[in-house]
Design a protein around this ligand. Structure first.
Ligand code: SAM
Length: 289
């Protein structure tokens, strides 16, 4: 699976940066605001992609440093080139896997991650890795897609898929555009079980007008068209056209795309053996997801 994800982003890195990064900037600034930086922190971003969030952070922590980790070499090259182009010295991007972070215990003040959670095959292990590399009292900032994302694609898709139902038997569209999308409540619960105290959590919608062509290009920069995998190759160009027609139909009055994102800030309070005591009645650990 890691190989497949790496393949997608090695292929789409530049397109991703052109089409997706600009629409994420206000989300990055929202997360940064919530982190309440002092200016001297050592920060790790996991799944840093083209590096925009890390670069913003490095500009703000003038007496600190930022490390971005990503599994895709193309993303790392792109991010390093962008940091070099503006002569940013307190930042580096390195290749690595979120599930096996190559850093000592308690080596960061802050860990951030944006739009990575849905690609992680073992989320508990991932959160334990974050917990391990954070110092006590360190902050974790997450931006994650909410289960409502790609609403327009799913609507257009549902309409045309009636015709192609037999190819999709046993598949879930959500799984073709990311492994598993968690709700805000589920993420809170998982964080709490790992030993984090949640200090802020909210979901925000970001609306943006786009042409259907740019919309689909953007979706493909994220998914590498995995949602067409079950369709036989010779039928794919027809399906592409039908999808575009549906999106054009929807966009008669302008296509407004909505990115729905979850923001969570957690603090590493206690070591793991004490985590259960953190989960009191008012805590999401106790309630259903
Ligand atoms: C949707 S992009 C998000 C990029 C950026 N954080 C943003 O918000 O625009 C997901 C990124 O996570 C990286 N990624 C996926 N699985 C990973 C893993 N196991 N370890 C490290 N990076 C991973 C991908 O290569 C890709 O660059």
């Amino acid at each position: 699976m890691q190989e497949q994800i790496k393949e997608i982003y090695d292929k789409t890195a530049k397109e991703y940066d052109h089409l997706v990064t600009p629409c994420r900037m206000c989300q990055f600034l929202t997360l940064i605001y919530e982190l309440n930086l002092r200016g001297n922190e050592k920060i790790l971003e996991i799944g840093s992609g083209p590096g925009a969030l890390s670069i913003q952070l490095a500009k703000l922590v003038k007496n600190g440093e930022v490390v971005g980790v990503d599994i895709s070499e193309s993303m790392i090259e792109l991010a390093n080139a962008k940091a070099e182009a503006i002569s940013l010295r307190n930042i580096e991007f390195v290749c690595g896997d979120a599930l096996n972070l190559n850093f000592p215990d308690r080596s960061f003040d802050i860990v951030v991650t944006s739009y990575l959670l849905h690609w992680i095959p073992d989320i508990r292990r991932f959160l334990h890795e974050i917990y391990r590399v954070l110092r006590h009292g360190g902050k974790l900032g997450i931006i994650a897609p909410s289960p409502n994302m790609y609403g327009e694609l799913r609507r257009a898709y549902r309409r045309i898929m009636k015709k192609y139902k037999r190819y999709y038997e046993g598949t879930v569209i959500q799984e073709m555009i990311g492994l598993r999308v968690y709700s805000e409540r589920e993420i809170q619960k998982l964080l709490c079980l790992t030993g984090f105290e949640i200090i802020k959590s909210f979901t925000m919608r970001f609306k943006e007008p786009l042409t259907p062509e740019v919309y689909l290009k953007r979706v493909n920069a994220i998914t590498d068209e995995k949602y067409l995998d079950p369709i036989p190759t010779k039928l794919r160009s027809v399906v592409r056209e039908e999808l575009m027609n549906e999106l054009s139909e929807m966009s008669k009055n302008g296509l407004i795309t909505t990115e729905c994102s979850i923001f969570i800030i957690g603090i590493k309070r206690k070591e793991k053996h004490e985590k259960l005591r953190l989960c009191n009645k008012s805590n999401p650990c106790r309630t259903g997801a």
